[in-house]
Design a protein around this ligand. Structure first.
Ligand SMILES: Cc1cc2nc3c(=O)[nH]c(=O)nc-3n(C[C@H](O)[C@H](O)[C@H](O)COP(=O)(O)OP(=O)(O)OC[C@H]3O[C@@H](n4cnc5c(N)ncnc54)[C@H](O)[C@@H]3O)c2cc1C
Length: 406
């Protein structure tokens, strides 16, 4: 007769994309060994944040392995190319300094622009089908006990968990209660997010335009729409938010150029303060941090959620392995392995975004010349470009082996 170790329980505080993906992966891989509960007050209704994220090929494959990617349809739009420009607003001609394009494998784009709301809804359905318990309430307290954590919920209930995962976003009350410090840096910028209807076809091309105030990104969506993330100093962002929709559309055209014809705003713009925040530790006894609770970075390269999905995969697989071996879910070695695997890439990505933002968010002529020269050199080096595309796809390829996930 087969031996099954006693069933254990993992609770995630936070049911955003990261918390749900982690819960689903673990439940799918070890249904006989682990019960999984996701607690989030947002589970009470449909999420309507109206934001998109660029999801690279590596995390896309993870979502495919969960069986959710296949249901996204037009809510996941392939990026066929990325154009990077550093021209000034008053320039008559806006040269593109770097063009990245191509597929990772035939028919597989290096990134997709995905509606976060649709992805969350799809993950919720898949979690329910897989037997993840979804509780529409927040975690209000948790207490470390000998072999787990006792969790208090806002609806008056309580849960006992062998491992608690804080996937409760940037403010992460669970992380604060565990007294895990955060290295912070305020970028002094807000990210203005809006959905646009374009007159001419975008052709799946994403655009990153580095402006002195901060980067301006245009991300292609279905129906010839696009989402923009326009990073600006606080005061400039506040001014843009105070404009009516048609005046804001004219500002966007002035910034972006007229090659996509007339631009119309589809919804009310939103504005998010941008700050770096990296937790000093991703783990504590019987506790692990994942997603924005562990790391919040500048959205300029669209990597925050990609990092979070990689956390979800690594933690679920590590914990699933421990469960299979009959070890406690929150055993020290599993948590240390997770921290080793995930903290370094998050810190490296945060540092890279910090550097990019500082290098590009200015109009100092010698720096402009150097960065434009650098982009021009990369643009004429096909081997280097191919490596950059694989990196942007969150995939790395050993010299003579098959692609593997970063
Ligand atoms: C302007 C902008 C553009 C971006 N663009 C991209 C992009 O193109 N690509 C990319 O990869 N990333 C992007 N990001 C980053 C990405 O959006 C985040 O990294 C991602 O949404 C984080 O997901 P999460 O699940 O960790 O956290 P969240 O989405 O913040 O989810 C946290 C959840 O926890 C819940 N919660 C909070 N407190 C509690 C509690 N006490 N108990 C229970 N639940 C709780 C909340 O209700 C919420 O549902 C962007 C970010 C910004 C600001």
């Amino acid at each position: 007769m087969a031996y099954f170790p006693p069933k254990q329980h993992l609770v995630t505080g936070g049911g955003g994309i990261v918390g749900l993906a982690l819960a689903l992966r673990l439940r799918q891989s070890a249904p006989a060994l682990v019960d999984v509960t996701v607690c989030d007050p947002g589970l009470a209704g449909a999420r309507k944040a109206g934001r998109v994220s660029t999801i690279a090929a590596g995390p896309r494959r993870f979502l495919e392995s969960l069986g959710v990617w296949q249901h996204l349809g037009d809510a996941a739009w392939p990026v066929t190319a990325m154009h990077i420009s550093d021209s000034q607003l008053q320039d008559v001609l806006r040269p593109i300094y770097l063009k990245l394009s191509g597929e990772i494998t035939p028919g597989e784009a290096f990134a997709h622009v995905v509606s976060e709301d649709v992805l969350i809804e799809t993950l919720r359905v898949a979690c329910a089908v897989a037997g993840v318990a979804l509780r529409a309430t927040s975690v209000t307290n948790d207490r470390l006990e000998d072999e787990g954590r006792t969790i208090s919920l806002a609806d008056g209930g309580s849960l006992r968990a062998d491992l608690l995962v804080a996937a409760d976003g940037r403010p992460s009350p669970i992380r604060s209660r565990a007294r895990i410090g955060v290295s912070r840096h305020d970028y002094g910028q807000n990210g203005l997010v809006a959905t646009l209807q374009l007159e001419r076809p975008h052709g799946g091309v994403a655009v990153q335009h580095f402006l002195p105030g901060g980067p301006f990104a245009l991300l292609p969506m279905a129906g010839n729409r696009a989402s923009i993330v326009w990073s600006q100093p606080h005061a400039a962002a506040q001014h843009l938010m105070s404009l009516d929709q048609s005046a804001l559309a004219r500002e966007i055209e002035a910034c972006f150029g007229h090659h996509l014809g007339e631009i119309t705003l589809v919804d009310r713009p939103q504005s998010f303060p941008l700050a770096l925040g990296i937790a000093r530790s991703f783990i504590a006894p019987r506790l692990a941090l994942a997603g924005d609770a562990a790391h919040g970075i500048h959205p300029l390269a669209g990597q925050g959620l990609n990092l979070g999905l990689a956390d979800a995969e690594a933690l679920a697989d590590g914990v699933g392995l421990a469960a299979g071996l009959g070890l406690p879910l929150g055993n020290e070695e599993t948590l240390e392995d997770y921290q080793r695997a995930r903290r370094a890439p998050a810190v490296a990505m945060a540092a890279a975004m910090e550097g990019f933002n500082a290098l590009f968010s200015n109009d100092i002529m010698p720096l402009r010349r150097v960065r434009d020269l650098g982009m021009g050199v990369v643009d004429r080096a096909p081997g280097l470009k191919a490596r950059i595309i694989r990196h942007a796809a969150n995939l790395t390829a050993p010299a003579d082996g098959p692609p593997r996930q970063a």
